[in-house]
Design a binder for this molecule. Structure first.
Ligand SMILES: [Zn+2]
Ligand SMILES: [Zn+2]
Length: 137
């Protein structure tokens, strides 16, 4: 399917193609740190399908413990994280951060990886009191 995405401030916009079952959740400590969230969820785009239609993301090249290098794309103005991909500029396969994808609710992850570092409270999250919006004090 065709998907579109953008950062929070709207400076960066992109379009891409993905299978609609091609999402996964990563619980590794690098993803926790880099997203400042409890985990990171990504949609794997089809090779060479990502086109930036507006703006140019900044990239930070992260070196994993394995020595594997991955370019991490983000908006230089608002800081929204957008993707990770191979360091080389050719034949890139993008893992698009699901929160920046407009169609994010049409994807259901099919796998969770690096679960040995999953935050312990996540498995009980459905039991935590839930509100439609911020509750009034
Ligand atoms: Zn932005
Ligand atoms: Zn990860």
């Amino acid at each position: 399917m065709e998907i579109t995405g953008s950062c929070y401030c709207g400076e960066i916009k992109y379009q891409a193609k993905s299978q609609n079952n091609n999402a996964l959740v990563c619980h590794c400590s690098d993803c926790q740190r880099m997203s400042s969230g409890p985990f990171r969820a990504v949609i794997i785009a089809e090779p060479n399908s990502v086109v930036f239609t507006q703006g140019e993301p900044k990239e930070f090249v992260k070196t994993a413990q394995s020595g594997n290098k991955r370019a991490q794309g983000f908006c230089g103005t608002c800081g929204t994280t957008l993707y990770a991909t191979n360091e080389a500029k050719a034949d890139r396969v993008y893992g698009l951060r699901i929160g920046a994808v407009d169609q994010r609710d049409q994807f259901t992850p099919t796998a969770q990886i690096w679960t040995k570092s999953t935050l312990s409270w996540l498995s009980g999250l459905h039991e935590v009191p839930a509100f439609d919006t911020t509750p009034q004090n």
